[in-house]
Design a protein around this ligand. Structure first.
Ligand SMILES: NC(=O)C1=CN([C@@H]2O[C@H](COP(=O)(O)OP(=O)(O)OC[C@H]3O[C@@H](n4cnc5c(N)ncnc54)[C@H](OP(=O)(O)O)[C@@H]3O)[C@@H](O)[C@H]2O)C=CC1
Ligand SMILES: Nc1nc(=O)c2c([nH]1)NC[C@@H]1CN(c3ccc(C(=O)N[C@@H](CCC(=O)O)C(=O)O)cc3)C=[N+]21
Length: 284
């Protein structure tokens, strides 16, 4: 049976450390780190994620501001909000919740966010830095996956890693992080042939496809570390991952659940990135 690694528990540890650092800043009378979150429209899933981010900030004592804009916001209006936050010295991190309503161009918005405030790590400058192994902001979900691997005691160096999914938000950056840590990385996607066989070669399997319970025991090598990034809702409205937990748990060495797996880690890494932005802004 696999050891189940809870991102919710790992998050508690890291958030406790962050709380201490916030207390130290507050005690010293310093300016506090601040995250600004932009939410356009009324997508219920987006609203619930954004609420989670705000709660996490409050929990560790970080400042946050939610900027809610109507569904009918124009590109120009959204860009103006980003520019205002770029210029606001009280704001360390800016995140524009994705996906945006139809008609809005997310790539253009991401490019407008100052790279030193891009705590999502989506700006081309930060994407480039990741690929050049330069210090920059790394996307939160991939960072969370790496932290979970470390907590499993799995060192990627020399291991076979398979990433299911190649999106700019998750699959591509997590594959690059694994490569940067010397794994031998294969990236799979909708055109991959013999997908179960390819996945079954992995010592480390990251599932980021968005297909409920797609990864069954057949995809998993005995003893592998399996990280489930997927967030899907089943017919009953329950959250389910990309991994068929019941089928995979007996075969894997380590596995992360959904919920309480990668999701909470994503938010924790956002807090860490915001503190990093703050320290850079303060010249520390
Ligand atoms: N826990 C968290 O914090 C987060 C969770 N998520 C979740 O992670 C999942 C992935 O998100 P995201 O990367 O944004 O999704 P995208 O839809 O952008 O990307 C999905 C990827 O999976 C590939 N894919 C789709 N279907 C198949 C298939 N049948 N076989 C093989 N590959 C397939 C796609 O291939 P192709 O490129 O060929 O189309 C694509 O590369 C979603 O469930 C999302 O909700 C996302 C962000 C954060
Ligand atoms: N600019 C931007 N940055 C993001 O980081 C971003 C985004 N847009 N758009 C959507 C995805 C998705 N995402 C999640 C965050 C937390 C949980 C999370 O905390 N999930 C809990 C459950 C929450 C619940 O019960 O609904 C869990 O898995 O245990 C999930 C998913 C961040 N994303």
């Amino acid at each position: 049976m696999a050891q189940v690694i809870y991102g919710s528990e790992v998050s508690k540890d890291i958030r406790a450390q962050l709380s201490e650092q916030m207390e130290a800043l507050r005690g010293a009378g310093a300016r506090m780190p601040k995250l600004a979150v932009i939410l356009v429209g009324n997508n219920p899933a987006s609203l619930s994620y954004v609420t989670g981010k705000e709660k996490a900030c409050a929990q560790v004592g970080m400042e946050s501001e939610l900027i809610r804009l109507p569904e009918a916001t124009t590109q120009d209006e959204l860009m103006a909000v980003v520019r205002r936050l770029n210029e606001d010295p009280a704001v360390d991190g800016i995140l524009c919740q994705l996906p945006l309503p139809r008609g809005l161009d997310s790539a253009q918005v991401i490019r407008e966010i100052r790279p030193d405030k891009d705590v999502d790590g989506f700006h081309p400058i930060n994407v480039g830095k990741l690929y050049l192994k330069e210090d920059g902001f790394v996307p939160c979900t991939p960072l969370g996956c790496m932290e979970l691997l470390h907590r499993m005691g799995v060192n990627p160096s020399g291991k076979r890693a398979v990433v299911l999914g190649r999106s700019n938000l998750v699959g591509a950056p997590v594959a690059r992080l694994l490569l940067n840590e010397n794994a031998t990385v294969t990236i799979c996607h909708s055109k991959t042939e013999n997908l179960p066989q390819v996945c079954a070669e992995a010592d480390i399997l990251i599932a980021a496809v968005g297909r409920a319970k797609m990864v069954t025991a057949e995809y998993v090598k005995e003893g592998a570390a399996v990280i489930d990034v997927g967030i899907n809702r089943n017919e009953q409205g329950k959250l389910v991952g990309d991994v068929d937990f019941a089928s995979v748990e007996p075969k894997a060495g380590f596995i992360t659940p959904v919920p309480k797996g990668v999701g909470p880690m994503t938010i924790t890494m956002l807090l860490k990135n915001t503190l990093k932005a703050y320290r850079q802004h303060e010249g520390e």
